[in-house]
Design a protein around this ligand. Sequence first.
Ligand code: NDP
Length: 433
Amino acid sequence: LARNPGEGEFHQAVLEVLESLGPVVRKHQHYVDEAVIERLCEPERQLIFRVPWTDDQGRVQINRAFRVEFNSALGPYKGGLRFHPSVYLGIVKFLGFEQIFKNALTGMPIGGGKGGSDFDPKGRSDAEVMRFCQSLMTELYRHLGEYTDVPAGDIGVGGREIGYLFGQYKRITNRYESGVLTGKGLSYGGSQVRTEATGYGTVFFTEEMLRLSNRSLSGRRVIVSGSGNVAIYAAQKAAELGAHVVACSDSSGYVVDEAGLDIALLKQVKEVDRARLSAYADQRPDASYVAGGRVWDVPCEVALPCATQNELDAAAAQALVTNGVLAVAEGANMPCTPDATRVFQEKGVLFAPGKAANAGGVATSALEMQQNASRDSWSFAHTEERLRDIMVGVHERCASAADEYGTPGNYVAGANISSFLQVADAMLSLGVV
Ligand code: NDP
């Protein structure tokens, strides 16, 4: 703690992993003797830099950007960039730390990293976003490469931003190095299903959890939080599998649509018009919009938090339990506070932590890298099948590690233990580096 002052989210993420590792270090003392945990908690490299750019009024604006290259034992650093005014080093480190374990869980050869900036894209014109992205990449490019560090999107960074970032990387380096960024558009090296992957993967993981207890998603009442990339495609896949998805949110409020969310309208409002969620209710007379409220008060059997960290606290968890929730899967990174997670676990609610449930996004990014490396492009159906298989594998790794280490059904412990063992063993094999 003293080494990383003021980085609350990073402390929270580290503590959650450490709390799971007791049975592991009791059984395998050499992880302690060789300081593997201390090494894992210290990023290999951290970059902080200034991003100057000019707005549409000709004023110079200054933002701060970060890239934390956390761990490359399994492969090149891999993890998204987040553009949001709340971004500071503690958030980027928490996300980068989580990413190490998430990437290991996918079973693919990718290390962990994360980046971002306190730039707020809301209300900015396309030209402003482009100038910002170009300025950011003018510094970041020297640290990237398909064998070194491969960013992708996250909050505030979607296809538009990845396009501008890739364009500037290509221009500066004079290299068409497709595998240096993922989440690219389909016309220039992107993969089918990458846009949908995180939300779809979260739902596939949820299905696996329910299947093990002889239940399914079909006919269940579902709510999602957020209305961005992860939320939209989680809602879409849940609906395709027969669920009744009745609510979603943004940072201003939430929508309840008892007829079932109209996914096409949601996409139009959020992806095409880039409008606020209230515009959905304006165009759908039977839906209601609740300004400032908490979506967790809407009764459901399955809750998918897909917005941001610490958005679901113990009181919200209690409200969900009282209303009969059966399963919660984190589409976002660390959306449930530690107290909320405890409420779910104590009340017997199936609970999937983000590093397992939302691993489908980065896994499909790795599939994009595979396609780029082999100059190939796969069909939607084939890529979705690969994603499904990967999520079944992630679920299996979590469930069997939880069984083996004496906490059956505890996906938090299972995810942390399984991924820790893989990364720690690789680190030990590579020596003190
Ligand atoms: P988007 O920017 O597409 O959407 C974010 C959504 O969350 C928006 O609806 C936004 O509402 C809401 N939100 C953001 N910040 C807050 C806040 N402080 N309070 C309340 N609501 C908020 O991001 P993504 O969908 O890509 O990411 C969502 C989560 O999923 C993040 O935790 C991200 O790290 C995680 N994730 C994303 C992956 C991906 O592939 N995109 C992969 C794995 C994890 P508003 O518009 O009002 O800000």
